[in-house]
Design a protein around this ligand. Structure first.
Ligand SMILES: [Fe+2]
Ligand SMILES: [Fe+2]
Length: 259
């Protein structure tokens, strides 16, 4: 159609080529699979898949309004463990942190907080992951667990000698030696410091294993009982229970649903 806009003599950019491949793949699908605006923003593009133009490129097809055939199938009534198995891109860090807490004799509340502290990073979004993760689980866990996960976002950056927690070496490597947390994080830290549950959140940091052993055998099966006792699994399935965060779980289940 618009070939004259892209003459053969002009090499295509990486992102143009990637778009084409995506487009080719999509033609093989029964439904039109789109990307949310956030996905484009993450590629550095302020763009979106507009309904009419996208449809015109895929004559005779409808938009995807349910599960994405490219992703692992989820059960009809998914549990937290199903999300661990089918949607969390990496669980070693979470399992090792929780194992560390368990071996250290921490109460189940703390073990659960360690097990779930980074679920937002592995399933959803990196920026402000403590806040997202806390909201995802808030309706299903003890208030203290959700609070601790929310606040680990800020506490990680600040040492506490009383429990032998120093600023992580890995952060110096990751963010550079001059990195300073933003003012909103500093303020959050000050609030957390005064809170009665401060130490619960601090214990997430203490058990946050940054240099985990790739050979250590950790499995979600070892935590099924702790989850059973401390996570109120909705009988309708996580995502279908009308809780304030059910939509977040559905989005993780169906990330490419058109609307
Ligand atoms: Fe974290
Ligand atoms: Fe972590």
């Amino acid at each position: 159609m618009n070939e004259h806009h892209n003459p053969k003599s002009m090499p295509k950019s990486m992102s143009e080529r990637a778009d084409e491949l995506e487009e080719e793949k999509m033609h093989e699908m029964e439904r039109i699979i789109t990307k949310s605006t956030l996905g484009y923003l993450m590629d550095g593009r302020v763009e979106m898949d507009a309904g009419a133009t996208t449809m015109a490129r895929h004559p005779g097809k409808y938009f995807l309004m349910g599960e994405d055939p490219r992703l692992p199938k989820m059960p009809e009534k998914p549990t937290l463990v199903d999300y661990f198995r089918h949607r969390f891109a990496s669980t070693a860090h979470l399992l090792q942190s929780a194992t560390h807490a368990l071996k250290g004799g921490q109460p189940e509340k703390v073990v659960l907080a360690c097990l779930l502290h980074d679920i937002a990073v592995v399933s959803f979004i990196r920026c402000d992951h403590g806040y997202w993760g806390a909201q995802m689980i808030e309706p299903y866990v003890d208030e203290e667990v959700a609070w601790a996960i929310k606040m680990h976002q800020a506490l990680r950056f600040f040492p506490d000698d009383s429990v032998g927690y120093g600023y992580p070496d890995l952060y110096k490597k990751f963010f550079g030696p001059d990195y300073k947390p933003e003012p909103y994080i500093v303020e959050e830290y000050k609030r957390a410091r005064q809170h009665k549950w401060y130490m619960t959140s601090r214990l997430i940091c203490v058990n946050d294993i940054y240099s985990f052993d790739p050979n250590a055998k950790v499995n979600i099966d070892d935590f099924v009982d702790i989850i059973g006792r401390n996570f109120k699994q909705p009988k309708e399935g996580l995502g279908f229970d009308n809780s304030p965060s059910a939509h977040m779980w559905r989005t993780i289940m169906w990330p490419t649903r058109f609307l």
